[in-house]
Design a protein around this ligand. Structure first.
Ligand code: SF4
Ligand code: SF4
Length: 309
């Protein structure tokens, strides 16, 4: 199962034929088809935040445990924006495949698996601020579903496969990525801290919850008790807040009110760190100079001894 979904707009220089949700496709997949599970034995499944949330909930695991056990990180673009893929064995078989029985997490399978063999393309026209969702077909030789005699619109296929709920939940995250891509190299590479925050808010919700509920966070942002009570227990509210928070981190969108003196405090903290670094650098330079003069003095006294001898 190839995953072109996130290759657009990151990797593919050639745009495939674009389809709207009204387009009719000829496809059917069912248990018993000759190629059953062939796609899951060549799995390349990129995970979006709601995929991770559903799967970790299914397993009753913490985000950390789920990430460690079932996923591998990768870089989504040249700036190192972190992505996540489902783990496979060495032959490419998905960790969720249960032998000949098929997908062991079928009800909670990720977006990419639901869409296959359709790819969702999140794009933005050059002169537009609006993100558009289009689709394209993926044709792989091993997939015999294309030979089946059934026509269905992409819209109905999305309904049938339960894609719409996943799209609704992940949409703001897709837009975030698209905006990052559209911003181009002019905005510069996000800092290491921003990339770590991106990973945490996108995939490691349990850690993000601890971060949001921390004293430091509460001191920095003006959010009320109702908000904190909600994010303490509700993963969906926390995930949505994470996307909003990332827009603030990555693009400086000031939608989360900061405490009145948060900026001044941060400037003071950074200045203290800067002063410490400057002092350390000065001390290092002084030591280098001292060592140099000490060595020169020793050499001088040695050669002086030679002369006198
Ligand atoms: S999650 Fe399920 S459907 Fe998706 S590749 Fe793995 S086994 Fe196949
Ligand atoms: S028809 Fe395609 S999607 Fe369905 S099992 Fe076969 S390879 Fe996988």
């Amino acid at each position: 199962m190839s995953d072109p979904k996130f290759d657009i707009p990151f990797k593919s220089p050639n745009l495939p034929e674009m389809l709207t949700d009204k387009a009719l496709i000829k496809f059917r997949c069912y248990k018993g088809i000759s190629c059953f599970n062939a796609c899951c034995k060549r799995a390349d499944v990129t995970l979006a935040p709601f995929d991770v949330l559903r799967l970790k909930k299914r397993f009753g695991m913490s985000s950390e445990d789920f990430l460690k056990r079932y996923t591998v990180p990768f870089q989504m673009d040249q700036d190192g924006v972190p992505g996540l893929k489902m783990r496979t064995d060495e032959d490419g078989t998905c960790a969720m495949l249960d032998g000949e029985n098929g997908c062991s997490v079928y009800e909670d399978r990720p977006t990419v698996c639901r869409y296959y063999p359709i790819a969702l393309l999140n794009m933005r026209a050059k002169d537009s601020t609006q993100a558009e969702e289009n689709y394209s077909m993926v044709r792989e030789d091993h997939c015999k579903g294309h030979l089946e005699d059934r026509e269905i619109s992409i819209d109905d296929y999305r309904d049938e496969q339960g894609c719409k709920e996943y799209d609704k939940r992940n949409r703001d995250w897709y837009r975030l990525i698209l905006k990052k891509k559209s911003a181009g190299p002019g905005v510069g590479r996000p800092s290491e801290m921003s990339l770590q925050l991106f990973f945490m808010a996108s995939y490691n919700l349990d850690m993000f919850r601890r971060f949001v509920l921390s004293d430091n966070f509460r001191k920095t942002y003006q959010l009320n008790d109702v908000f904190y009570e909600a994010v303490e227990t509700d993963d969906l509210i926390l995930m949505d807040f994470g996307f909003q928070f990332l827009r603030q981190v990555l693009f400086g969108e000031r939608t989360i009110e900061e405490a009145a003196d948060a900026w001044e405090k941060r400037v003071a903290e950074r200045k203290a760190v800067w002063d410490m670094r400057t002092q350390a650098e000065l001390a290092r330079k002084h030591k280098e100079e001292d060592d140099k003069y000490r060595i020169e003095a020793e050499l001088g006294s040695d050669s002086g001894g030679d002369k006198s001898g």
